[in-house]
Ligand binder design. Structure first.
Ligand SMILES: Nc1ncnc2c1ncn2[C@@H]1O[C@H](COP(=O)(O)OP(=O)(O)O)[C@@H](O)[C@H]1O
Ligand SMILES: [Mg+2]
Length: 282
């Protein structure tokens, strides 16, 4: 990571953009998330890690309104989010990507981004189907198109604008999903395993990409990731979940050194491998 010049921000937990207060979610007899209380400081990049089945994606689903918690509340910028439907959560300024990429594969790259932008339009979506009867809608459609092209250019995807999404290489599909999320003009971005399936070079590029996004789009980011290089390289603060419960939180250095985390997540072999690698780079 030392090759990268990435500026970490000072974290102010008194100025939290997102606050999860005592959230529990049960599926029948299974407690997927247990009494979780955490804050994401405004402007931070926070990582959420833990073994498979720890409850990470469920936390995203609670925050974004896909699931309603059994107990507890989620607040965004001081306002209660709990109980809002996903599209309302999105309108409030939160956007996400999915563990398994979700794109409109038969649509072009540009169309995928435009779909994101419709969240912010003033007129009803159906006015765009018969735009000639609604001159305002026709102008809005043109504006959305040009803003979407500009966004694609900022993300280095403009050369693919007219390509069918399914034809993109895997790494570019991941970036397109992020582009579509950004088209909703979020303040808060949730990324669920964005480096999954990427080779080391793609992961490294993604790491720099996420950092650049935070700065250029003035975002706060919550990131679920298995790739420890990505997590330790990009996150300023990390939460560790195990069987639904928060077992540790802190800076990457604190997390790397936490015996609880090593036991639950990295395993003894993982620790030895990490230590060996650090020594090799020293
Ligand atoms: N809709 C659901 N119904 C029942 N159980 C679920 C549902 N979604 C997730 N779970 C369970 O909740 C636990 C946490 O899952 P998940 O949040 O996907 O974990 P992670 O993302 O950390 O791998 C798992 O045991 C999973 O099987
Ligand atoms: Mg998951």
């Amino acid at each position: 990571m030392s090759a990268l010049v990435m500026q970490n921000k000072a974290l102010n937990f008194d100025d939290a953009l997102l606050e999860i207060k005592n959230v529990t979610l049960r599926f029948g007899g299974l407690t997927a998330v247990s009494e979780l209380s955490v804050k994401v400081p405004r402007g931070a990049i926070v990582g959420l890690i833990g073994p498979n089945g720890a409850g990470k994606t469920t936390v995203f689903n609670v925050v974004t309104g896909f699931y309603k918690p059994t107990e507890g509340v989620v607040e965004f910028d001081g306002k209660k989010l709990t109980g809002l439907k996903p599209h309302k959560v999105c309108a409030a300024g939160l956007a996400r990507t999915f563990q398994n990429i979700r794109l409109f594969y038969n649509e072009t790259v540009l169309e995928n981004v435009m779909i994101g932008a419709y969240v912010r339009q003033k007129g009803a979506w159906w006015q765009n189907i018969i735009p000639f009867s609604f001159p305002g809608a026709a102008k809005e459609e043109r504006d959305i198109r040009s803003a979407s092209l500009e966004l694609l250019a900022r993300l280095g995807l403009d050369s693919h604008a007219d390509a069918v999404s399914s034809s993109l290489p895997y790494g570019a599909q991941r970036r397109l999903e992020i582009a579509r999320a950004l088209a909703t003009k979020p303040k808060f971005l949730l990324l669920d395993e964005p480096a999954a399936g990427m080779n080391p070079q793609e992961s490294q590029e993604l790491l720099e990409f996420i950092h650049r996004l935070r700065d250029e789009f003035d975002l706060t980011i919550l990131l679920i990731e298995h790739d420890m290089k990505v997590v330790m390289g990009v996150c300023e603060y990390i939460w560790v979940l195990d069987r639904g419960a928060l077992i540790a939180e802190g800076s990457p250095e604190v997390i790397k050194a936490s015996p609880k985390v090593i036991e639950a997540y990295l395993g003894k072999e993982g620790l030895v491998a990490e230590a060996g690698e650090e020594a090799a780079h020293a």
